[in-house]
Design a protein around this ligand. Sequence first.
Ligand SMILES: C=C1C[C@]23C[C@@]1(O)CC[C@H]2[C@@]12CC[C@H](O)[C@@](C)(C(=O)O1)[C@H]2[C@@H]3C(=O)O
Ligand SMILES: O=C(O)CCC(=O)C(=O)O
Ligand SMILES: [Fe+2]
Length: 343
Amino acid sequence: MVVLAKPAALEQIALLRTPEAWESFSGAPAVDLSGPGAAADVVRACERYGFFSVVNHGVPAGVVDRLEAEAVRFFASSQADKDASGPADPFGYGSKRIGRNGDMGWVEYLLLAIERDALSKASPAPTSALRDAINDYVGAMRGLARTVLEMVAEGLGVSPRGALADMVTGDAASDQVFRVNHYPPCPLLQGLPPNCSVTGFGEHTDPQLVSILHSNGTPGLQVALHDGRWVSVPPNRDAFFVNVGDSLQVLTNGRLRSVRHRVVAGNGLKSRMSMIYFGGPPLAQRIAPLPQLLAGTQSLPLYRDFTWGEYKKAAYRSRLGDNRLAPFEAPPVATPHADRHRS
Ligand SMILES: C=C1C[C@]23C[C@@]1(O)CC[C@H]2[C@@]12CC[C@H](O)[C@@](C)(C(=O)O1)[C@H]2[C@@H]3C(=O)O
Ligand SMILES: O=C(O)CCC(=O)C(=O)O
Ligand SMILES: [Fe+2]
C-alpha cells in the first residue's frame, strides 16, 4: 500500500463523520454525444446540475488505459522519485497540500501546464512514457472539450458555434491545466465505523470554462445539488464527467452554474485515481456575460468585465472552498425600481 509522506500533517485534514451513507446521484444525467438532441441535453444538464457524464464520446479506451497504467506506475514509485518532480508550486508533484493557502487533503497529485496540445516545458513529466501518455490523452480531452463547448453554444443559440470552444482550444495562448490525483486508502480510518471518511479534495468550484474528469472504478467524487444536498457520483470507467466552471457561469450570465464538488477518501482497500483536464482561456481573454445572451431579455449583467488573468490572480490567493466569483459580481443597480433578473 502506498502511504503518503509526512503523516504529521494528518491532523490538518478534516475527518468527516456522516450519520448515514451518502445518497447516490442516481439521477446524474448521462449525455450520449452521438445522439440527436445532444446539444439540448448538454444545456439542460448544465442548467440543472452544472455537471453531467458523457458516453459515446469517441475517446479510445486505449488512450485512457495507457495513461492510467503510467500514472499508477508513477505513484507507486519511491517517495524520493516522486519528490524529484515537486513541490507543486503550482506545477509538479504535490502531496496533501492543495494550492498555496493552507488547504489539505488525503491526496497526492501531479499538476501540469499544457501549452497548445502538449505538456509545456515548464511542466516536465517525470518519465517519457508518462509524458507521451499524457500528451495523447490531453489531445483527446481538447477534442472533447471542443465538442462539449460547441454543444453548449448551439443549445444556448450562441453563434458562431465555436465562440466558446475557441476560447479554450482555438488559441495557442489558452490556459489549460492537467491534473492526476491519487487517493490511497487512509490508514487513519482503520478501525473506525464505515461511515467515516476523510477529505480527499475539499469542496470547491473549478475556475475554468469546463473540466473533464475520468476516474478509475473507486468512488469518492461528490457534487452539491442546487438545493445544497451532497450526492455521491457512482464511478463509471466508460464515461467522462464534465463540470461547468466559474468562467462559463459568467459567460452565460449565471444561466449555467459552476458545480461545487469534493472528493471523500474512505477506508476501502482500493485507491481512487482521477485525471482532469481544465479548459481555461488565454490570460488576456475578457470574461463577461455574452451580449447575445442578454440581448432581447430583461437581464442585466450579473458580473462586471474582467480578464481571465485577473480572475486567476485572485483565485490563486483564495482558499479552495471560497466563492471566487463574489468579487466580480456587478454592483447593485441604484434606481429604486430596477429589478435584477437572472437570465
Ligand atoms: C486552493 C487552491 C488550489 C487551486 C488554486 C487555489 O488557490 C484555488 C483554486 C484551486 C483549483 C481548483 C480546481 C483545480 O484543481 C485547480 C488546478 C485550479 O485551477 O483551481 C486548483 C488550484 C491548484 O491546485 O493549484
Ligand atoms: O479527483 C477528483 O475526482 C476531483 C478532483 C477535483 O475536483 C480537482 O482536481 O479539481
Ligand atoms: Fe475540481
